[in-house]
Design a protein. Structure first.
Length: 363
């Protein structure tokens, strides 16, 4: 039986997988698409796009695990992956079939010790398949309540069903009661969006319903300036962005708005901004703080690359890098692998640290 301690993660293996991950992905996708059992494994042909996304995310996260040489990350997050996709209609045996194809792709693509070690990894995943199923079934929901207060439940139902007029009516009534934007975001929008994410993870709503809800909330955020008077920027400059390849942007968008209301000159880059473009904006805007939001584990390697690039660039190394997002709520230990200056688990955390930076900068 394979053992994690017997796997040798050499620099050669790291670079080989990084250089060949697209070829490995292509081979696995081709074999899976030509497998007559695939449709049954994934809950029907309608889930083929989801399967292709899952395969792409898998090799991206595997690349991260190898670069860090930390297999505990893989085995810690894998039960969550099993549960999330099983609740979308995937059979557990899909993962077993996929791991066997990844092993075969490694045998066909790589050579020498690199091939042997990557094959060992997939053999270990195959051996631990039953245990991973058991762990996925033991997972408990997070600490926020399954039953929201009545107003939040009303907003949740309206978002999922796409009743935009009802959503905007709830929002306007809430803001008419002199609620500030931070209260509106953190006590109304944020818990509802967390609940939507949890409902997707548990298979209670579809991807389309999740996207519909997110699109409506994005419209609400776009109307931000209609409800507030933005103060003059007196504290400093801040750049907020989602992780490269990250398409979940609502949390970062809300944080950017709240910091702007708090007196910061904020540039917000939105979703999926490539690393080279983030670097270019950092050099032209020259902020005091960079805030990065990450939701999905498979984007961790790109965050690591971005932060390392900043720390190694003499022109940018003075910038204080904040890291936050939904991923760190689920797996706070992942923060240790990113060399950010500060990990923010809430807006209050981030604001207090940013105020310290502003006080120091303005002395």
């Amino acid at each position: 039986m394979s053992d994690i301690n017997n796997i040798i993660v050499t620099e050669s293996l790291k670079q080989t997988v990084k250089q060949n991950k697209d070829l490995l992905l292509q081979k696995v996708n081709s074999m899976m698409m030509n497998n007559s059992e695939t449709a049954a494994l994934i809950g029907g042909e309608i889930n083929i796009p989801t399967m292709l996304d899952q395969q792409r995310n898998h090799i991206a996260y595997m690349n991260t695990v190898l670069l860090l040489g930390d297999f505990s990350l893989l085995f810690h997050t894998l039960p969550w992956v099993y549960r999330a996709y099983h609740n979308q209609g995937f059979r557990y045996d899909y993962f077993l079939a996929a791991f066997k194809l990844w092993r075969l792709a490694a045998e066909q693509t790589l050579t020498g010790l690199d091939k042997e070690e990557l094959v060992k990894i997939y053999e270990l995943l195959i051996e631990k398949h039953s245990r991973t199923i058991a762990l996925s079934q033991q997972l408990q929901t997070e600490s926020w309540p399954t039953q929201l207060p009545p107003l939040q439940e009303k907003l949740l139902a309206s978002l999922i069903s796409g009743r935009q007029k009802d959503v905007f009516s709830i929002v306007n009534d809430y803001l008419a009661k002199d609620a500030d934007i931070a209260d509106f975001y953190l006590n109304l929008i944020q818990p509802v969006m967390y609940q939507i994410g949890k409902k997707w993870e548990l298979g209670e709503i579809s991807v389309a319903e999740e996207h519909l809800a997110s699109a409506i909330v994005s419209r609400i955020l776009a109307s931000f300036y209609q409800h507030v008077k933005v103060p003059d920027a007196v504290k400093g400059k801040m750049l907020i962005t989602s992780a490269p390849n990250e398409f979940h942007e609502i949390g970062a968008w809300m944080i950017a708005n709240m910091f702007e209301l708090d007196g910061w000159d904020v540039h917000y880059l939105g979703a999926n901004t490539p690393t080279k473009d983030v670097i270019a904006i950092l050099k032209s805007f020259s902020p005091d703080v960079l805030g990065i939001s990450i939701t999905m584990a498979f984007n961790l390697d790109q965050v690591i690359d971005l932060v390392n690039h900043i720390k190694e660039d003499q022109e940018l190394s003075r910038i204080t890098v904040f890291l936050g997002g939904y991923l760190l709520r689920q797996f706070p230990e992942l923060a240790t692998v990113v060399h950010a200056d500060y990990i923010a688990y809430s807006f209050e955390d981030a604001r207090n640290k940013a105020d310290e930076i502003a006080d120091h900068t303005n002395e």
